[in-house]
Design a protein around this ligand. Structure first.
Ligand code: ASP
Length: 439
């Protein structure tokens, strides 16, 4: 049994958190490959080390002195080293980091030091081998992750290493320069390592006991999802769930390796299993409900639209021309509505409208702003009759006007458009009807 264990920033923010992590790793022989993040927040107003590094590097780029800022970052690490009673000094490392900052080694190099230094501490604390991610994780000339090269080199390297710490979040470009993934990218590193060693399980340790059925900022103490499929998670992530980096799913998915989201502060909780497919029923008809505010609906009307071949393409061409991606396009006989992100659309609004006119000659175009989209997601919905009826009854009961409904034939999700103002109430109403009343 081989497991990759990735720990997020809050799990490694202090010596106390490191000790919990140490206990977790030592509790199971199979936890052999460890991917750490940089130290995160110790309390809500704290600053993540990654943000301190970005800030410090901006100061260096501006040609100003960075001594104070470097010392503050060093203090964060020394606090951990001392709290763990390690005989380790990062003085030389910090000297190099400061020199490279002044030599303008790049923003990505700067940010990556958070994980790099935390990895050195972790390896020292556990007695595991330290492997610099720059030697085993690769990007191509365009800065795109190079999965094939990485997999070949990383799997070869790990063949002979029983136990290792590989810092998350970064790798190297073909010229050796450091490149990071987008924020939260240590999740991706964990997934890549899991694929390379053909792990039985990828454990992703964080500060919540799994993926929640709804956003806890909207619903009080929402239930934890026991098992969720990759597809369901992708739908929910797209609509704002943020437990795991979106791109972390792809490497393990190809190998059929499940991901287990676990809570470092409550290791006894089962957490959430993210799997390819499962015969385990979800506890409720829905797996989760998520949503986002800030959409615009562009309503296009044209008599006899239904018989004009190519009308939809012409309309969408106007959006494509201006680099705007559409979210949904519900349509009627003589109407077509295009949902787009408001911030993406606002600045280009008039240009898009005149292109729609030029390309498709509609009768009228109307714009409705400040809309929210909700995704009710669940593999179980397919088998249950009346799910849509229950959703709409709950929304009607909560006095919420539905602006749009879209259900794909996969029946994995139902998308509902409401006004931004009704967004929170809509999420609560749907959660209540499926979870609180247990139907
Ligand atoms: N430390 C990086 C960040 O704050 C990457 C990570 O934690 O996954 O985004």
């Amino acid at each position: 049994m081989k497991k990759v264990v990735k720990f997020g920033g809050s799990s490694l923010a202090s010596a106390e958190q490191f000790k919990k992590v140490g206990d977790i790793i030592r509790a199971e022989e199979s936890r052999r490959y460890v991917v750490p993040s940089a130290p995160g927040k110790r309390f809500s107003d704290d600053i993540k080390v990654t943000d301190m590094l970005y800030d410090c590097y901006a100061t260096a780029e501006a040609g100003k002195k960075i001594d104070d800022k470097i010392n503050k970052i060093k203090e964060r690490y020394n606090e951990i080293i001392n709290g763990l009673n390690l005989k380790l000094s990062l003085d030389d490392e910090f000297k190099t980091v400061a020199e490279n900052f002044m030599a303008k080694a790049g923003k990505d190099y700067a940010a990556s030091r958070g994980e790099y230094l935390n990895g050195i501490i972790m390896a020292n604390y556990l007695g595991y081998e330290f492997i610099d991610a720059a030697e085993v994780i690769f990007f191509n000339e365009d800065g795109i992750f190079d999965a094939d090269k990485t997999d070949a080199i990383l799997s070869e390297r790990l063949k002979t290493v029983e136990r290792a710490v590989i810092p998350g979040f970064y790798g190297a470009l073909p010229d050796g320069k450091i490149k990071t993934f987008s924020r939260g990218g240590s999740d991706i590193t964990g997934s890549i390592v899991a694929k390379a060693i053909k792990a039985n399980l990828y454990e992703n340790w964080t500060d919540v006991s799994g993926v929640l059925v709804a956003d806890p900022r909207i619903v009080k103490d929402p239930q934890v999802i026991n098992t969720i499929t990759y597809r369901e998670l992708r739908e929910l992530s797209y609509m704002g769930f943020s437990v795991l980096h979106e791109d972390a799913i792809f490497p393990v998915r190809k190998e059929g390796i499940p991901i287990n989201i676990k809570n470092t502060n409550k290791p006894e909780d089962e957490g959430t299993m993210i799997v390819e497919s499962t015969c385990r029923q979800s506890k409720f008809t829905i797996t989760g409900v998520a949503g986002k505010k800030g959409f615009v609906a562009i309503n296009i009307e044209k008599e006899m639209m239904n018989s004009e071949i190519g009308f939809g393409r012409k309309v969408l061409e106007a959006f494509e021309k201006h680099g705007i991606s559409f979210e949904h396009i519900p349509s009627g006989i003589d109407t077509m509505t295009v949902f787009v992100h408001q911030p993406e659309f606002e600045g280009k609004e008039q240009l898009v409208l005149s292109d729609i006119h030029r390309l498709s000659s509609p009768d009228t175009i109307e714009i409705e702003t400040d809309l929210a989209l909700l995704a009710v997601v669940g593999r179980g919905m397919k088998a249950v009759k009346g799910t849509a009826a229950r959703i709409f009854a709950a929304l009607a009961h909560a006095n919420i006007n539905i602006k749009m409904i879209d259900q794909g034939s996969s029946e994995l999700n139902i998308i509902i458009g409401v006004s931004n103002n009704d967004f929170e109430d809509a999420i609560k109403a749907i959660y209540n009807i499926f979870v609180e009343t247990q139907v």
